[in-house]
Design a protein around this ligand. Structure first.
Ligand SMILES: Nc1ncnc2c1ncn2[C@@H]1O[C@H](COP(=O)(O)OP(=O)(O)OP(=O)(O)O)[C@@H](O)[C@H]1O
Ligand SMILES: [Mg+2]
Length: 265
């Protein structure tokens, strides 16, 4: 599976979700997690910071010879490799958009190493911009993330529409697996509003919801995803359940080839 974690809204939990799903998937087979966001938060959640020259920015830079294999950090967690970002990635995305080659840039860069990984997870920037286009063109599945914040339901709808547009132009054949709540405040009325708003769209949602937990930011400080830092916590269990659902949907969605995964609800 090549999974892009997306939302048109920032701060909804994309990076925490990508890091934790990747750490769980890595227990099932060799996994690569890619930071396609110039904010470079994903790397920091594993204690990795990169220079421009040994990051995804160099890998995608048309003027650099750096290969993906050279920029990947192996075993940042058991079974997990990381391709880190750097703030200069933003400018590289703009260059690729102007010069051509943006859409296929990441897919081409990963081609030599694709067979090395059972799963690839891509964390994206919350703007559906250039680098997210490159990410969904690499992915065969997209997961949208929302929170208990009412505005985040719109972020899911925009992400699904964005993917549909790119499918129309054949920039991507990725399946929209569904929307996952990455920060669920079960006691808040807002959370129920968001869930109801999403239910009315007919977009698939995941049953597993990641509860709001102070352990998620604590784990970032500890430079390990919460599934590794606090494996016995309820929030870690929720990430494992979400991963199971993602894999089940992926198997169903890619065999039916519908574009929106089956099992909506
Ligand atoms: N389940 C959760 N419980 C509590 N805090 C959470 C949870 N999930 C994420 N957070 C916190 O919310 C903040 C935003 O999360 P995160 O960085 O993963 O979002 P993002 O969508 O990647 O943001 P950006 O758009 O800036 O990349 C972080 O401080 C993170 O620790
Ligand atoms: Mg992020």
């Amino acid at each position: 599976m090549r999974l892009a974690v997306c939302s048109s809204k920032g701060g909804v939990g994309k990076t925490a979700t990508a890091a934790n799903l990747a750490a769980v998937l890595a227990g099932l087979g060799p996994t690569l997690v890619i930071d396609a966001d110039p904010q470079e938060s994903l790397g920091r959640s594993f204690g990795v910071t990169a220079n421009a020259a040994d990051s995804l920015a160099a890998v995608l830079d048309p003027d650099s010879e750096t290969t993906a294999a050279e920029a990947i950090r192996a075993e940042v967690a058991p079974g997990l490799s990381l391709l880190p970002a750097h703030p200069s990635l933003d400018a590289i995305g703009n260059v690729l958009a102007q010069q051509g080659g943006l859409i296929t840039s990441l897919r081409r860069a990963l081609r030599p190493i694709a067979a090395d990984y059972a799963h690839v997870v891509i964390d994206t920037h919350g703007d559906l911009g250039n680098l997210t286009v490159a990410a969904i063109a690499t992915a065969d599945a997209v997961l949208a993330v929302y929170t208990s914040d009412p505005g985040s339901a719109l972020g899911v709808v925009r992400t699904a529409a964005f993917l549909n547009t790119h499918r129309t132009f054949e920039n991507s054949d990725a399946v929209f697996l569904g929307a996952a709540c990455a920060n669920w405040d079960a006691t808040g009325a807002a959370a129920r509003d968001v869930a109801a708003a999403l239910a009315s769209t007919n977009l698939p949602t995941f049953e597993a919801r990641i509860p709001t937990s102070r352990r998620v930011p604590s784990a970032t400080l500890a430079k390990r995803p919460v599934v590794l830092a606090y494996p016995n916590s309820a929030v870690a269990q929720a990430y494992r359940e979400l991963t199971d659902e993602v894999l089940t949907r992926y198997a169903a969605g890619t065999t039916t080839g519908t574009g929106t995964a089956t099992g909506a609800g």
